[in-house]
Design a protein around this ligand. Structure first.
Ligand code: HXC
Ligand code: NAP
Length: 292
Protein backbone atom coordinates (compact mmCIF):
# COMPACT_ATOMS: atom_id res chain seq x y z
CA UNK A 1 0.00 0.00 0.00
CA UNK A 2 1.27 3.48 -0.87
CA UNK A 3 0.67 4.81 2.66
CA UNK A 4 3.29 2.40 4.02
CA UNK A 5 5.94 4.06 1.84
CA UNK A 6 7.91 7.27 2.26
CA UNK A 7 6.25 10.10 0.37
CA UNK A 8 8.72 12.98 0.02
CA UNK A 9 11.70 13.30 -2.30
CA UNK A 10 14.97 11.96 -0.91
CA UNK A 11 16.63 15.24 0.01
CA UNK A 12 13.54 16.95 1.44
CA UNK A 13 15.23 17.58 4.82
CA UNK A 14 18.86 17.75 3.69
CA UNK A 15 21.00 20.12 5.84
CA UNK A 16 18.24 20.41 8.47
CA UNK A 17 18.67 19.66 12.16
CA UNK A 18 15.57 18.48 14.01
CA UNK A 19 14.92 17.96 17.72
CA UNK A 20 12.30 15.29 18.41
CA UNK A 21 11.18 15.08 22.05
CA UNK A 22 10.23 11.55 23.03
CA UNK A 23 12.17 10.41 19.95
CA UNK A 24 13.32 7.14 21.50
CA UNK A 25 10.00 5.32 21.14
CA UNK A 26 6.65 5.11 19.38
CA UNK A 27 5.66 7.86 16.97
CA UNK A 28 8.71 9.97 17.87
CA UNK A 29 10.95 7.14 16.74
CA UNK A 30 8.99 6.69 13.50
CA UNK A 31 9.28 10.42 12.69
CA UNK A 32 12.99 10.37 13.55
CA UNK A 33 13.64 7.46 11.20
CA UNK A 34 11.90 9.17 8.29
CA UNK A 35 13.58 12.54 8.93
CA UNK A 36 16.95 10.70 8.80
CA UNK A 37 15.97 9.01 5.54
CA UNK A 38 15.21 12.46 4.13
CA UNK A 39 18.68 13.77 5.03
CA UNK A 40 18.14 15.50 8.39
CA UNK A 41 20.33 15.16 11.46
CA UNK A 42 18.19 14.44 14.50
CA UNK A 43 18.52 15.11 18.22
CA UNK A 44 16.34 12.73 20.21
CA UNK A 45 15.57 13.50 23.81
CA UNK A 46 13.66 11.92 26.70
CA UNK A 47 14.32 10.91 30.30
CA UNK A 48 15.80 7.50 29.51
CA UNK A 49 19.27 7.80 27.92
CA UNK A 50 19.73 4.06 27.51
CA UNK A 51 16.51 3.80 25.48
CA UNK A 52 17.57 6.76 23.34
CA UNK A 53 21.00 5.25 22.64
CA UNK A 54 19.47 1.92 21.68
CA UNK A 55 17.12 3.69 19.23
CA UNK A 56 19.92 5.88 17.86
CA UNK A 57 22.11 2.86 17.11
CA UNK A 58 19.24 1.05 15.37
CA UNK A 59 18.23 4.06 13.27
CA UNK A 60 21.79 5.06 12.33
CA UNK A 61 22.41 1.51 11.09
CA UNK A 62 19.14 1.49 9.14
CA UNK A 63 19.44 4.92 7.54
CA UNK A 64 23.12 5.90 7.58
CA UNK A 65 22.03 9.17 9.24
CA UNK A 66 23.32 10.92 12.35
CA UNK A 67 21.42 10.85 15.66
CA UNK A 68 22.47 12.67 18.84
CA UNK A 69 20.95 11.60 22.16
CA UNK A 70 20.36 13.93 25.11
CA UNK A 71 18.72 12.89 28.38
CA UNK A 72 16.28 15.61 29.39
CA UNK A 73 13.16 15.84 31.48
CA UNK A 74 11.22 18.45 29.53
CA UNK A 75 9.37 19.48 32.72
CA UNK A 76 12.61 21.08 33.93
CA UNK A 77 13.64 24.39 32.31
CA UNK A 78 17.35 23.99 33.14
CA UNK A 79 17.44 20.54 31.54
CA UNK A 80 15.74 21.86 28.40
CA UNK A 81 18.24 24.72 28.15
CA UNK A 82 21.11 22.25 28.57
CA UNK A 83 19.58 20.00 25.88
CA UNK A 84 19.38 22.95 23.46
CA UNK A 85 23.03 23.90 24.19
CA UNK A 86 24.17 20.30 23.69
CA UNK A 87 22.29 20.09 20.38
CA UNK A 88 23.89 23.32 19.16
CA UNK A 89 27.32 22.16 20.23
CA UNK A 90 26.88 18.88 18.36
CA UNK A 91 25.28 20.10 15.13
CA UNK A 92 25.81 23.90 15.15
CA UNK A 93 22.18 24.71 14.31
CA UNK A 94 18.57 23.78 15.06
CA UNK A 95 15.91 24.17 12.36
CA UNK A 96 13.01 22.02 13.52
CA UNK A 97 11.38 21.23 16.87
CA UNK A 98 8.87 18.41 17.20
CA UNK A 99 7.05 18.51 20.54
CA UNK A 100 6.06 14.87 20.68
CA UNK A 101 6.85 13.74 24.26
CA UNK A 102 3.78 13.13 26.38
CA UNK A 103 2.42 11.39 29.44
CA UNK A 104 -1.07 10.08 29.98
CA UNK A 105 -3.04 7.66 32.09
CA UNK A 106 -6.58 6.39 31.97
CA UNK A 107 -8.40 7.13 35.20
CA UNK A 108 -11.64 8.47 36.60
CA UNK A 109 -10.64 12.05 37.43
CA UNK A 110 -11.80 11.81 41.05
CA UNK A 111 -9.29 9.00 41.64
CA UNK A 112 -6.34 11.23 40.67
CA UNK A 113 -4.24 12.99 43.28
CA UNK A 114 -3.51 16.63 42.61
CA UNK A 115 0.10 15.75 41.87
CA UNK A 116 -0.91 13.00 39.43
CA UNK A 117 -2.93 15.62 37.52
CA UNK A 118 0.07 17.98 37.66
CA UNK A 119 2.39 15.29 36.38
CA UNK A 120 0.52 15.13 33.03
CA UNK A 121 0.05 18.90 32.74
CA UNK A 122 3.75 19.35 33.43
CA UNK A 123 4.92 16.89 30.78
CA UNK A 124 2.50 17.86 28.03
CA UNK A 125 1.81 21.58 28.46
CA UNK A 126 4.75 22.84 30.50
CA UNK A 127 7.21 20.56 28.67
CA UNK A 128 6.00 21.83 25.29
CA UNK A 129 6.20 25.41 26.59
CA UNK A 130 9.75 24.86 27.89
CA UNK A 131 11.05 23.45 24.59
CA UNK A 132 9.21 26.01 22.47
CA UNK A 133 10.39 28.97 24.54
CA UNK A 134 13.98 27.77 24.80
CA UNK A 135 14.42 27.01 21.11
CA UNK A 136 12.18 29.88 19.98
CA UNK A 137 14.30 32.43 21.89
CA UNK A 138 17.39 30.98 20.22
CA UNK A 139 15.82 31.36 16.75
CA UNK A 140 14.70 34.91 17.50
CA UNK A 141 18.08 35.96 18.97
CA UNK A 142 20.01 34.45 16.06
CA UNK A 143 17.53 35.77 13.47
CA UNK A 144 17.19 32.33 11.89
CA UNK A 145 13.95 30.71 10.70
CA UNK A 146 12.40 27.79 12.58
CA UNK A 147 9.56 25.29 12.36
CA UNK A 148 7.62 23.75 15.22
CA UNK A 149 5.39 20.71 14.94
CA UNK A 150 3.22 19.87 17.95
CA UNK A 151 1.66 16.42 18.32
CA UNK A 152 -1.77 16.83 19.94
CA UNK A 153 -4.90 14.63 19.97
CA UNK A 154 -8.42 15.01 18.60
CA UNK A 155 -9.76 15.31 22.16
CA UNK A 156 -7.83 18.61 22.39
CA UNK A 157 -11.02 20.18 21.01
CA UNK A 158 -13.73 17.65 21.96
CA UNK A 159 -12.42 16.89 25.46
CA UNK A 160 -12.61 13.29 26.69
CA UNK A 161 -13.63 11.49 29.84
CA UNK A 162 -10.99 9.49 31.70
CA UNK A 163 -7.99 11.35 30.20
CA UNK A 164 -8.84 14.77 31.57
CA UNK A 165 -5.31 16.03 32.44
CA UNK A 166 -4.13 15.04 28.97
CA UNK A 167 -7.16 16.67 27.32
CA UNK A 168 -6.59 19.93 29.25
CA UNK A 169 -2.89 19.96 28.41
CA UNK A 170 -3.33 19.12 24.72
CA UNK A 171 -5.97 21.87 24.43
CA UNK A 172 -3.36 24.25 25.81
CA UNK A 173 -0.79 23.03 23.29
CA UNK A 174 -3.27 23.60 20.47
CA UNK A 175 -3.89 27.16 21.73
CA UNK A 176 -0.13 27.71 21.86
CA UNK A 177 0.22 26.44 18.28
CA UNK A 178 -2.36 28.86 16.92
CA UNK A 179 -1.26 31.81 19.07
CA UNK A 180 2.45 31.64 18.28
CA UNK A 181 1.77 30.88 14.60
CA UNK A 182 0.62 34.48 14.38
CA UNK A 183 2.83 36.12 17.00
CA UNK A 184 6.13 34.65 15.80
CA UNK A 185 5.43 34.66 12.05
CA UNK A 186 7.35 37.95 11.92
CA UNK A 187 10.44 36.00 13.03
CA UNK A 188 9.90 33.45 10.26
CA UNK A 189 8.90 30.75 12.76
CA UNK A 190 6.03 28.49 11.70
CA UNK A 191 3.80 26.39 13.96
CA UNK A 192 1.61 23.47 12.94
CA UNK A 193 0.12 20.46 14.70
CA UNK A 194 -0.98 16.91 13.97
CA UNK A 195 -3.90 15.33 15.81
CA UNK A 196 -3.42 11.57 15.40
CA UNK A 197 -6.17 9.05 15.90
CA UNK A 198 -5.23 5.57 17.17
CA UNK A 199 -1.71 4.55 16.14
CA UNK A 200 -0.58 1.45 18.06
CA UNK A 201 2.54 2.15 20.13
CA UNK A 202 3.79 0.36 23.22
CA UNK A 203 3.73 3.59 25.30
CA UNK A 204 0.15 4.54 24.53
CA UNK A 205 -1.41 1.09 24.18
CA UNK A 206 -0.03 -0.48 27.38
CA UNK A 207 -1.01 2.56 29.45
CA UNK A 208 -4.33 3.44 27.89
CA UNK A 209 -5.63 -0.01 27.05
CA UNK A 210 -4.05 -2.27 29.72
CA UNK A 211 -4.92 -5.95 30.22
CA UNK A 212 -7.75 -7.13 27.99
CA UNK A 213 -9.09 -3.58 27.32
CA UNK A 214 -7.42 -3.61 23.90
CA UNK A 215 -9.54 -6.63 22.91
CA UNK A 216 -12.68 -5.32 24.63
CA UNK A 217 -12.52 -1.94 22.90
CA UNK A 218 -11.28 -2.70 19.43
CA UNK A 219 -10.01 0.73 18.32
CA UNK A 220 -10.58 -0.17 14.66
CA UNK A 221 -14.34 -0.21 15.23
CA UNK A 222 -14.23 3.46 16.27
CA UNK A 223 -12.72 4.41 12.92
CA UNK A 224 -14.91 4.72 9.80
CA UNK A 225 -12.03 3.35 7.70
CA UNK A 226 -11.94 0.33 10.06
CA UNK A 227 -8.21 0.33 10.66
CA UNK A 228 -5.63 1.94 12.93
CA UNK A 229 -2.90 4.25 11.64
CA UNK A 230 0.44 3.15 10.20
CA UNK A 231 3.48 4.93 11.61
CA UNK A 232 4.77 5.75 8.12
CA UNK A 233 1.65 7.71 7.22
CA UNK A 234 2.10 9.89 10.28
CA UNK A 235 5.82 10.27 9.51
CA UNK A 236 4.94 11.32 5.94
CA UNK A 237 2.68 14.10 7.17
CA UNK A 238 5.16 15.20 9.85
CA UNK A 239 8.02 15.37 7.35
CA UNK A 240 5.91 17.51 5.00
CA UNK A 241 4.91 19.86 7.82
CA UNK A 242 8.49 20.44 9.01
CA UNK A 243 9.91 20.72 5.48
CA UNK A 244 10.13 23.81 3.30
CA UNK A 245 7.45 22.28 1.05
CA UNK A 246 4.82 23.41 3.57
CA UNK A 247 6.28 26.94 3.80
CA UNK A 248 2.85 28.60 3.46
CA UNK A 249 1.15 26.41 6.06
CA UNK A 250 1.08 28.04 9.46
CA UNK A 251 -1.24 27.61 12.45
CA UNK A 252 -2.88 24.49 11.04
CA UNK A 253 -3.86 21.35 12.91
CA UNK A 254 -4.13 18.35 10.63
CA UNK A 255 -6.28 15.47 11.85
CA UNK A 256 -5.01 12.03 10.86
CA UNK A 257 -7.53 9.61 12.31
CA UNK A 258 -9.46 7.86 9.52
CA UNK A 259 -12.51 9.96 10.46
CA UNK A 260 -12.60 8.70 14.07
CA UNK A 261 -13.58 11.84 15.95
CA UNK A 262 -16.26 12.79 13.43
CA UNK A 263 -17.79 9.33 13.75
CA UNK A 264 -18.30 10.06 17.44
CA UNK A 265 -19.64 13.54 16.72
CA UNK A 266 -22.23 13.26 13.89
CA UNK A 267 -25.78 13.22 15.29
CA UNK A 268 -27.05 10.32 13.18
CA UNK A 269 -23.81 8.44 12.55
CA UNK A 270 -25.10 5.51 14.61
CA UNK A 271 -27.50 4.71 11.77
CA UNK A 272 -24.51 3.27 9.92
CA UNK A 273 -25.11 0.18 12.09
CA UNK A 274 -28.52 -0.50 10.50
CA UNK A 275 -28.59 -3.33 7.96
CA UNK A 276 -29.18 -1.90 4.47
CA UNK A 277 -32.38 -3.93 3.98
CA UNK A 278 -34.01 -1.96 6.82
CA UNK A 279 -33.90 1.23 4.77
CA UNK A 280 -36.75 0.13 2.43
CA UNK A 281 -39.05 -0.26 5.43
CA UNK A 282 -37.88 3.00 7.04
CA UNK A 283 -38.36 4.94 3.80
CA UNK A 284 -41.87 3.55 3.45
CA UNK A 285 -42.68 4.57 7.04
CA UNK A 286 -41.34 8.10 6.51
CA UNK A 287 -43.27 8.51 3.22
CA UNK A 288 -46.44 7.26 4.90
CA UNK A 289 -46.15 10.20 7.35
CA UNK A 290 -46.34 12.74 4.49
CA UNK A 291 -49.36 14.98 4.82
CA UNK A 292 -50.46 13.29 8.07
C1 HXC B 1 -3.62 7.19 38.43
C2 HXC B 1 -1.33 7.48 38.53
C3 HXC B 1 -1.14 6.51 37.51
C4 HXC B 1 -2.31 5.89 36.97
C5 HXC B 1 0.80 7.26 38.11
N1 HXC B 1 -0.10 7.90 38.87
N2 HXC B 1 0.18 6.41 37.26
N3 HXC B 1 -2.55 7.83 38.98
N4 HXC B 1 -3.53 6.25 37.47
N5 HXC B 1 -2.24 4.98 36.01
C6 HXC B 1 0.16 8.90 39.91
C7 HXC B 1 1.21 8.44 40.91
O1 HXC B 1 0.61 7.69 41.95
C8 HXC B 1 1.73 9.77 41.44
O2 HXC B 1 0.83 10.33 42.37
C9 HXC B 1 1.68 10.67 40.21
O3 HXC B 1 0.75 10.06 39.30
C10 HXC B 1 3.01 10.79 39.51
O4 HXC B 1 3.48 9.46 39.26
P1 HXC B 1 4.95 9.16 38.81
O5 HXC B 1 5.06 7.74 38.44
O6 HXC B 1 5.90 9.75 39.79
O7 HXC B 1 5.01 10.09 37.53
P2 HXC B 1 6.06 10.20 36.43
O8 HXC B 1 7.32 9.51 36.69
O9 HXC B 1 6.10 11.64 36.17
O10 HXC B 1 5.36 9.41 35.24
C11 HXC B 1 4.49 10.03 34.39
C12 HXC B 1 3.44 9.06 33.93
C13 HXC B 1 4.05 7.84 33.20
C14 HXC B 1 2.52 9.82 33.01
C15 HXC B 1 2.68 8.63 35.15
O11 HXC B 1 3.01 7.01 32.74
C16 HXC B 1 4.88 8.21 32.03
O12 HXC B 1 6.04 8.53 32.16
N6 HXC B 1 4.32 8.18 30.79
C17 HXC B 1 5.05 8.59 29.58
C18 HXC B 1 4.61 7.81 28.37
C19 HXC B 1 3.10 7.88 28.07
O13 HXC B 1 2.29 8.08 28.97
N7 HXC B 1 2.77 7.67 26.79
C20 HXC B 1 1.40 7.70 26.33
C21 HXC B 1 1.12 8.89 25.55
S1 HXC B 1 -0.41 8.59 24.65
P3 HXC B 1 1.36 10.97 43.75
O14 HXC B 1 0.15 11.64 44.34
O15 HXC B 1 1.87 9.85 44.55
O16 HXC B 1 2.43 11.96 43.36
C22 HXC B 1 -1.28 10.03 24.53
C23 HXC B 1 -2.54 10.13 23.71
C24 HXC B 1 -3.10 8.81 23.29
O17 HXC B 1 -0.90 10.98 25.08
C25 HXC B 1 -4.44 8.89 22.55
C26 HXC B 1 -4.83 7.51 22.07
C27 HXC B 1 -5.89 7.48 21.03
P1 NAP C 1 5.21 6.97 23.76
O1 NAP C 1 6.04 6.02 22.97
O2 NAP C 1 4.91 6.64 25.18
O3 NAP C 1 5.93 8.37 23.68
C1 NAP C 1 5.99 9.27 24.71
C2 NAP C 1 7.44 9.73 24.82
O4 NAP C 1 7.51 10.85 25.70
C3 NAP C 1 8.36 8.66 25.37
O5 NAP C 1 9.46 8.51 24.49
C4 NAP C 1 8.84 9.22 26.71
O6 NAP C 1 10.20 8.87 26.93
C5 NAP C 1 8.68 10.72 26.48
N1 NAP C 1 8.49 11.45 27.74
C6 NAP C 1 7.53 11.25 28.67
N2 NAP C 1 7.69 12.08 29.70
C7 NAP C 1 8.78 12.84 29.41
C8 NAP C 1 9.45 13.90 30.08
N3 NAP C 1 9.03 14.35 31.27
N4 NAP C 1 10.54 14.44 29.48
C9 NAP C 1 10.98 14.01 28.28
N5 NAP C 1 10.37 13.03 27.59
C10 NAP C 1 9.29 12.44 28.15
O7 NAP C 1 3.80 7.26 23.07
P2 NAP C 1 3.36 7.58 21.56
O8 NAP C 1 2.11 6.85 21.34
O9 NAP C 1 4.49 7.43 20.62
O10 NAP C 1 2.98 9.13 21.67
C11 NAP C 1 3.67 10.13 20.95
C12 NAP C 1 2.80 11.37 20.83
O11 NAP C 1 1.65 11.09 20.05
C13 NAP C 1 2.30 11.93 22.15
O12 NAP C 1 2.29 13.33 22.11
C14 NAP C 1 0.88 11.42 22.21
O13 NAP C 1 0.05 12.23 23.01
C15 NAP C 1 0.50 11.50 20.75
N6 NAP C 1 -0.64 10.67 20.37
C16 NAP C 1 -0.47 9.33 20.25
C17 NAP C 1 -1.54 8.56 19.85
C18 NAP C 1 -1.43 7.08 19.64
O14 NAP C 1 -2.42 6.45 19.29
N7 NAP C 1 -0.29 6.49 19.83
C19 NAP C 1 -2.78 9.16 19.58
C20 NAP C 1 -2.91 10.53 19.72
C21 NAP C 1 -1.82 11.29 20.10
P3 NAP C 1 10.83 8.58 28.40
O15 NAP C 1 9.86 7.73 29.13
O16 NAP C 1 12.14 7.95 28.08
O17 NAP C 1 11.01 9.94 29.03
Amino acid sequence: MKYMEGMLREDALKDKVAIVTGGGSGLGKAMTQYFLELGAKVVITSRNLEKLQHTAKELEEKTGGKVFCVACDIRKWEEVEAMKDAALQEFGQIDILVNNAAGNFISPTERLTHSAFDSILDIVLKGTKNCTLSIGKYWIDQKVPGTVLNIVTTYAWTGSSFVVPSACAKAGVLAMTRSLAVEWAKYNIRFNAIAPGPFPTKGAWERLLPGDLAEKFDMRKKVPLRRVGEHQELANLAAYLVSDYSAYMNGEVVTLDGGEWLQGAGEFNMLGELPSEMWDGLEAMIKAKKGS
